[in-house]
Design a protein around this ligand. Structure first.
Ligand code: ATP
Length: 214
């Protein structure tokens, strides 16, 4: 079990914080709005109403002792950057900060954020992929031309084993998992059989994955 602090409990921060709790972690949620704090007080391990721009406030939470601190302040870019700077100055090793734009992300990296997330941009990519292909269920961008994709096994794969399909040689993609209802075969071997309604999780180049999903 880890311990995390989430600063800013808007839609993104609240979702991060409550998901961390459901994954079994201890979570401190901080927001300057008393209302936001009250809404989540029963769900989170600790919740506090405070302005994160105040360094003494951050110190008083013992931010250094958390496994990670998420800066989920959105519109107020000044508060978002200042909070990140102060967390870094206070010696927080793992700072995950939400950025609005690429430039904002670069600034956050310079001032000490260890990981930058772009929730709106990432969700846009996911939604576009889902819309463009009805069989693609989930999508993680690894680089501009490589991804991990979860998709419904196409008819051309049904009834065949991975050994027979030889996807690595034919398409240059690797199957990470086959999901069969509630069962999941992780790193399936050559004998792994693909059946109707299976979901495949694959890693590879985008154009190769596109060919596979069709
Ligand atoms: P989302 O899309 O996650 O709903 P957003 O990107 O629109 O959020 P905001 O609503 O501006 O972002 O900020 C998220 C939360 O951060 C808000 O609940 C806001 O009260 C809180 N917040 C903003 N500034 C501070 C601050 N200085 N200290 C603590 N919390 C703050």
């Amino acid at each position: 079990m880890g311990s995390y602090a989430v600063i800013g409990l808007g839609r993104f921060g609240a979702s991060v914080a409550t998901t961390l709790v459901s994954l079994g972690h201890e979570v401190l949620g901080v927001d300057k709005s008393q209302k936001k704090v009250q809404e989540l007080a029963d769900v989170l391990t600790h919740a506090a109403a405070a302005d994160a721009k105040d360094e003494e406030v951050l110190k008083s939470f013992g931010v250094r002792n958390f496994d990670g601190v998420v800066v989920a302040i959105g519109q107020d870019i000044e508060a978002n950057i200042l909070t990140t700077v102060m967390l870094s100055d206070l010696g927080v090793k793992n700072i995950i900060a939400k950025a609005q734009t690429e430039l904002h992300g670069q600034v956050l990296q310079r001032v000490g954020a260890t990981r930058i997330v772009y929730p709106e941009k990432d969700m846009g990519v996911k939604v576009a992929n889902n819309i463009s292909s009805e069989t693609i269920l989930d999508y993680i961008e690894l680089s501009s031309d490589h991804s991990i994709v979860e998709f419904i096994a196409p008819n051309k794969f049904i009834g065949k084993t991975l050994g027979k399909l030889n996807l690595r040689a034919k398409y240059g993609i690797s199957i990470l998992a086959i999901k069969k209802g509630n069962d999941i075969m992780v790193a399936p071997g050559a004998e792994g059989l693909i059946e109707q309604d299976d979901l495949l999780v694959v890693v590879g180049g985008n154009s190769a994955i596109n060919k596979c999903t069709r």
